[in-house]
Write a protein that binds this ligand. Structure first.
Ligand SMILES: Cc1cc2nc3c(=O)[nH]c(=O)nc-3n(C[C@H](O)[C@H](O)[C@H](O)COP(=O)(O)OP(=O)(O)OC[C@H]3O[C@@H](n4cnc5c(N)ncnc54)[C@H](O)[C@@H]3O)c2cc1C
Length: 463
């Protein structure tokens, strides 16, 4: 007997219908370029969403941790670059908890602002007196600034709710818009980006901060270990586009100590700056072509100096009376440094105390140019060692430039563009979570979770 017509037609009809989202297999393999905090956290979040069966390869040309790095002075390690984490950094807090790490004990120390001739503002032990001094010095505009920063931070906290509900943004503009940082865009100009960046960096400068016991870079190595990611020590030289069974396939080319190599992936996340100055790698076979994204990086030099502070330069001939552990500076052209801190090692024992200014201490000096001998002699009576890290690291926020894209191709994403919005550890972690959610929602075609408007209302009414 001939089979009924429906039995013949059903398989053909089924082939015409879109594959149900849940039926699609996860990507077989994902490559991440860069094992800084961005690369490590995106690897972790990608695995959380796609599951442990996905093969994760993380390419790193230098040390795991990237800009989270330490230097050794007298057998102790000190943070040489990114040192402090804002109290409200929820992803960083979560990483530390998940990895069984600890927050480092805070060692109190006072700050002051130096004009090049004298201290214009000095912190005291009294919070209200500090507030009064700030108000006295800067007037009501200071309080307004404080309130504005708090408002931006309060809105920024919304992102955690959106992410917990699985929402992602396909561009930095959409992400900022969802946080209430409305971008008045004209001729592609994102006028409020420098303001947002300013608020974030002011938020980092005020209020309490913390660091990871043992070094902030432990978060990166810990996340990569937890995800069992395969770390490939090599420099990625390019990504080329191919296709297989109608799907995009990305070939990552790299050089390592063993020579040149390449591997194919269903998905790639680039977590290092695509900038002409770094001329990291090229993209082949993409139409339209993918290029580097222009912009200017602020030179940043960190000098970790082990020595005796020249307190006379700061108006304290007796070093025993010098009360500050942290010196910020006003925008005085003649001043050759931006800030300096009497820093503590990354491991703090129970009985640890900060070195007094009359003792040889470890100071981290931030400047735009390397310090010459004369400048070092101005700041220090004498010193045992100086370790210099030089890097064009901070983007110069520019309201005339449009922001780099997050989606470079179907399943090829750019994470580090977020640094043109704000450069901090938590901001990178937020962007990493966004890229992982975006990649997941796009892979399973869950478009209702991308670039949704009125999210505050949506997350309130969702279960
Ligand atoms: C001096 C300084 C002080 C800072 N202070 C703070 C602070 O106190 N608090 C704070 O929150 N933030 C701070 N920051 C910012 C913070 O360091 C960054 O936001 C964060 O570390 C960026 O992480 P990332 O993974 O995006 O980039 P990176 O850490 O730069 O990681 C990128 C990685 O990619 C690798 N890579 C590059 N090209 C290739 C390639 N072709 N192939 C393979 N690998 C490649 C690099 O080696 C690197 O490891 C500071 C930054 C600097 C420089």
């Amino acid at each position: 007997m001939a089979p009924p017509l429906t039995a013949l037609l059903l398989p053909a009809l089924a082939a015409l219908l879109p594959v149900p989202a849940a039926a699609r297999a996860p990507p077989r393999s994902i490559a991440v370029v860069g094992a800084g905090l961005g690369g490590s956290s995106v690897a972790y979040f990608l695995q959380q969403h796609f599951g442990p069966q996905v093969q994760l390869d993380v390419y790193e040309q230098g040390g795991v941790g990237g800009r989270l790095a330490t230097v050794t002075v007298n057998k102790q390690q000190y943070e040489s670059r990114a040192a402090s984490i804002h109290a409200l950094s929820l992803h960083m807090q979560d990483f530390v908890k998940t990895l069984g790490l600890r927050q480092r004990r805070e060692v109190p120390g006072k700050s002051a602002v130096f004009s090049g001739e004298h201290f214009v503002l000095e912190e005291t032990d009294w919070y209200l007196l500090n507030l009064f001094r700030l108000w006295w010095h800067y007037g009501i505009s200071f309080l307004r600034l404080q309130m504005w920063v708090e408002e931006v931070m309060e809105k920024f906290m919304r992102i955690y709710k959106y992410q917990a509900h699985g929402y992602a943004f396909s561009s930095l503009e959409e992400l900022l818009r969802s946080l209430g940082a409305v971008l008045r865009s004209s001729y592609g100009q994102s006028v409020l980006v420098p303001a947002f960046a300013g608020a974030m960096s002011l938020a980092g400068a005020q209020g309490s901060t913390w660091a990871v016991e043992g070094g902030n870079k432990l978060v990166c190595s810990g996340l990569l270990k937890l995800t069992k990611a395969n770390v490939i020590h090599g420099r990625v030289t390019g990504v080329s586009l191919h296709s297989s069974e109608g799907r995009a396939l990305y070939q990552v080319h790299y050089t390592s100590s063993e020579g040149q190599g390449s591997a194919f992936y269903d998905m790639v996340v680039v977590s290092t700056a695509l900038h002409p100055s770094r001329s990291n790698f090229s993209f082949q076979n993409f139409e339209p072509p993918i290029d580097n994204f222009p912009g200017t990086f602020q030179p940043s030099v960190t000098s970790v100096v082990h020595g005796y502070l020249n307190s006379s330069y700061f108006g304290f001939p007796d070093p025993k009376l010098f009360p500050f552990a942290s010196i910020l500076t006003t925008d005085t052209p003649a001043l050759f440094f931006n800030a300096m801190d009497n820093i503590c090692p990354v491991n703090i024992s129970a009985g640890f105390r900060r070195k007094q200014p009359q003792e040889a201490a470890v100071w981290r000096v931030l400047s735009q140019q390397p310090l010459d001998k004369q400048q070092l002699k101005t700041l220090f009576k004498s010193y045992y060692s100086v370790q210099v890290t030089e890097w064009p690291s901070h983007p110069r926020y520019d309201s005339t430039k449009s922001l780099p894209p997050i989606v470079l191709h179907e399943n090829l994403f750019y994470l580090s563009g977020v640094e043109w919005v704000a450069s901090s550890m938590e901001m990178i972690a937020v962007a990493a979570k966004n890229v992982a959610l975006l990649a997941y929602n796009r892979w399973y075609q869950d478009l209702e979770k991308i670039d949704q408007k009125d999210l505050m209302h949506k997350v309130k009414t969702e279960l």
